[in-house]
Design a protein around this ligand. Structure first.
Ligand code: GEK
Length: 255
């Protein structure tokens, strides 16, 4: 356990993720249930490379916008980390912060985290499916590591709605896991990712059980497929601003 970095509790106190030591779900049976919600912040911090960098980037990008009210919608807000970051970073600014998630256990944690930071009146958290997205004049849409859980056929429509919802100058920050077209490159990057997870303290058993559980639940696209989707949805620019092997983040401006 000495390989777990000490800064993983950087924003929220969480339980250590030992979930897949304890449970062995069938292939494709991963869900955001109570078990996952309980350890989620540790799970995502140790499983997603550049997660903290993405979180720290969000308020910095937000500060480039001069919208009178900074309206941020976080799709798949999970435990509220991104919205809490923004509320912390802008104590004086007029904010409208909305989080959407379809997992009740995740939202329960989210509300607890928000309350523990004293932001219950600054962050509005709603239970719902992000495919029912219906907002306007949004400064920033965050969709970090969530589109990959949405059915492939629904991705275009969701991204089109997001594009239409953005205020002038507004943007989407989209983070995803990637596959790579070249089989050899894909295998190499997957191996490097498993090395990363080992370094973060996960055992072979935990790595392989989680991989099986996510089969056909998390369906990643390649960088090119995501860029094509974003362009077809009407985004004007979709720049890959961060990439760590098979994870990355796009900044996409409204078209
Ligand atoms: C973070 N963005 O901390 N509608 C609503 N919520 C959904 C849907 C859907 N159709 N599908 C999945 N979710 C966060 C991390 S986690 C990523 C996002 C991960 C929710 C799901 O319940 C979960 O909370 C979140 O999207 C994905 O930056 O665990 O790899």
């Amino acid at each position: 356990m000495d390989t777990i970095p000490t800064d993983w509790k950087w924003i929220i106190m969480t339980n250590v993720d030992k979930l897949f030591n304890r449970i062995n779900p069938k292939s494709g049976e991963f869900s955001f249930d109570e078990n996952v919600a309980e350890v989620f912040d540790d799970m995502i911090s140790r499983s997603v490379p550049l997660y903290q960098e993405v979180q720290q980037l969000i308020p910095r990008l937000a500060s480039t916008l001069n919208h009178e009210t900074l309206k941020v919608v976080d799709l798949g807000c999970s435990t509220g980390t991104s919205l809490i970051q923004i509320a912390k970073f802008f104590p004086e600014r007029k904010l409208e912060l909305i989080g959407i998630d379809n997992s009740k256990p995740m939202l329960e944690r989210c509300r607890e985290n928000i309350a523990s930071h004293g932001f219950s009146d600054r962050i509005d958290v709603r239970h719902g499916d992000i495919r029912d997205f219906d907002f306007s004049d949004v400064s920033i849409v965050l969709m970090n590591y969530t589109l990959q859980f949405v059915a492939i056929d629904d991705r275009h429509e969701l991204l089109s709605k997001i594009n239409r919802s953005l205020a002038p100058g507004g943007f989407l920050l989209l983070s995803e896991k990637f596959i790579h077209d070249d089989v050899q490159i894909d295998q190499t990057l997957t191996e490097l990712y498993f090395d990363y997870k080992r370094k973060m303290g996960y055992s072979e058993l935990e790595i392989s059980r989680k991989r099986d559980a996510l089969e056909n639940v998390l369906v990643p696209f390649s960088v090119k497929e995501n860029q094509k989707l974003l362009q077809e949805a009407g985004f004007h620019e979709a720049e890959l601003i961060l990439k760590w092997f098979n994870f990355g983040t796009f900044l996409a401006h409204a078209g």
